[in-house]
Write a protein that binds this ligand. Structure first.
Ligand code: ADP
Length: 270
């Protein structure tokens, strides 16, 4: 869509001028469309657990009032729904906070190997539940950044690799390989699984908010549909790149490339 503005005027000298300006509206319409879709999706995602919570409240106040067995069961489900809403609101807040600071370059020296080891430790119970093994290879790599945000990147990628990839992989391939190397003044982090992979038509849309290959499976695994959107925004704020390569039936590799800390400031790493 193009918007045409025409302005014409006559100078005191009698000379005439005309100004034509063209504005491309398709970009602003696309952004507005995305904003409207985002609000609709977020409301829908919150509405489902809320409706379920209200249903249980009404049942507990009415038909199940004196049924202590039902009460215990319902309260457990209500707790799960409330936690799901909390995760969603936390993710929405993270996303808007990162977006607000997109133009600010985070500058603290961050030890990426320590982050990878920390996430491998924290996610070990989740991996063990699904009989998934970690293979971790790290080099000493320091990047300028925000430690909490980079933790989030590694956590989301490794968690996805366990949940959607390795836990569904055939026996002998139930592993997640995490590799951290310094290459040509870049920090390269890759997270690889050997699961079902992702069909090519989904790949370009995976980092859109609320986009999931299988919404039911994602919700069942506690996903909000915002994980990769958050990863993409954090990586962009760090002036890095995110690449997702996948072969259906073979597995998925997510690679994050970040600029390295210049050598002069490396001694302050923490
Ligand atoms: P979610 O909260 O659903 O995990 P994400 O934004 O992290 O949201 O991921 C979006 C979708 O991408 C997931 O729902 C899943 O369908 C797909 N996905 C992400 N990582 C993998 C992977 N390693 N293997 C297969 N599918 C994946």
């Amino acid at each position: 869509f193009l918007e045409l503005h025409v302005a014409a005027w006559v100078w005191p000298s009698g000379a005439q001028s005309m100004l034509l300006s063209l504005r491309d509206l398709s970009e602003s319409r696309r952004v507005e469309r995305m904003r409207v879709d985002f609000v609709a999706n977020a409301s829908h995602e919150l509405r489902t657990p809320l409706a379920s919570l209200l249903g249980f409240v009404e049942t507990l106040q009415g038909p199940a009032r004196d049924d202590s067995a039902a009460r215990g069961k319902f309260l457990k489900i209500m707790g799960e729904q409330a936690r799901r809403m909390t995760r969603l609101v936390d993710d929405l807040l993270s996303l808007s906070r990162i977006e607000q600071h997109l133009h600010l370059l985070p500058q603290s020296p961050v030890d990426m190997a320590a982050i990878v080891r920390h996430i491998a430790d924290t996610l070990t119970p989740l991996a063990q539940d699904s009989e998934v093994e970690f293979i971790v290879e790290t080099a000493g790599v320091i990047v300028p950044g925000d430690r909490d945000e980079l933790l989030r990147v590694v956590e989301n990628l490794v968690e996805n690799a366990i949940k959607y990839g390795a836990s569904e992989a055939p026996d002998g391939l139930r592993r997640v390989e995490i590799a951290l190397v310094a290459q040509e003044r870049q920090c390269v982090l890759s997270v690889r699984d050997f699961g079902a992979g992702i069909a090519p038509e989904h790949l370009p849309r995976l980092t859109e908010r609320f986009y999931r290959v299988d919404a039911g499976a994602s919700r069942a695994k506690g996903g909000t549909g915002l994980g990769l959107a958050i990863v993409k925004h954090i990586v962009a704020r760090h002036r890095g790149r995110l690449a997702i390569d996948s072969q259906p039936g073979q597995g998925t590799t997510c690679t994050v490339t970040l600029p390295l800390q210049p050598p002069a400031t490396r001694s302050r790493a923490g």
